[in-house]
Design a protein around this ligand. Structure first.
Ligand code: AMP
Length: 214
């Protein structure tokens, strides 16, 4: 199964992608996570991407496309994958189509999570991450079960993502509206798009998602 999860920052793509990864045993490919690793490892790509990401803009298409092309060629993608945060522009979607065509493959579905901007800002600015295992929590909707102890690894140190600050979030939303929203009609016209109300609880979104995929 080859899936694309589409939707603005904070709509729940990452959370739902992790559920699908565990359920179907296919990798969750987040270009945001790949870029953050490159920044942390201080690679050439990471150095190029760091300042762009911290101001909430999009990393150039050719950089992201190269990372994705390499990743999709790895063994664990043979049975499918869940793309989270890619494609984010029409040029990236065209590039993905070409990559798939070359491998004689196609996307199975594109899922768009719809949600209001007010709710997104609330979610993103409440988000925090375990520094040890990267599990994601939220002050409002999904705090750790025991105060300040990670549910997954027991870690006790947490951080905010640098680009989750309120002023950067506005920039990321603007980038979404201008660059990524056109992918909705793009995939709609190809008959691949299913829309799910992303403002529901995580469990309800998962139920709707599994229904759409069955
Ligand atoms: P995310 O974790 O998906 O919210 O991505 C975090 C940041 O990484 C974005 O705000 C962009 O700066 C960058 N990024 C992630 N995916 C892409 C992409 N497909 N194209 C361009 N920039 C991206």
């Amino acid at each position: 199964m080859r899936l694309v999860l589409l939707g603005p920052p904070g709509c729940g793509k990452g959370t739902q992608a992790a559920v699908l990864r565990d359920r179907f045993g296919i990798p969750h490919l987040s270009t945001g996570a790949m870029l953050r690793s490159a920044v942390e490892a201080d690679t050439e790509i990471g150095r190029r991407a760091a300042s762009i990401m911290s101001r909430g803009a999009l990393v150039p298409d050719e950089v992201v496309q190269k990372i994705v092309a390499l990743r999709l060629g790895l063994e664990d993608c043979a049975r499918g994958y869940i793309l989270d945060g890619f494609p984010r522009t029409v040029a990236q979607a065209d590039a993905l189509e070409r990559m798939l065509e070359r491998a004689d493959q196609a996307l199975d579905q594109v899922i768009e999570f719809t949600i209001s901007e007010d709710e997104l800002v609330r979610r993103i600015t409440g988000r925090y991450v375990c520094t040890k295992c990267d599990a994601v929590y939220n002050e409002h909707s999904k705090p750790t079960q025991r105060k300040n102890i990670c549910d997954v690894c027991g870690g006790t140190s947490f951080r905010r993502r640098e680009d989750d600050r309120a002023e950067t979030v506005a920039e990321r939303m603007a980038a979404y509206r201008a660059e990524t929203a056109p992918l909705v009609p793009y995939y709609g016209s190809r008959g691949l798009l299913t829309q799910i109300d992303g403002s529901q609880s995580t469990v309800k979104v998962t139920t709707a998602l599994l229904g759409a995929l069955s």
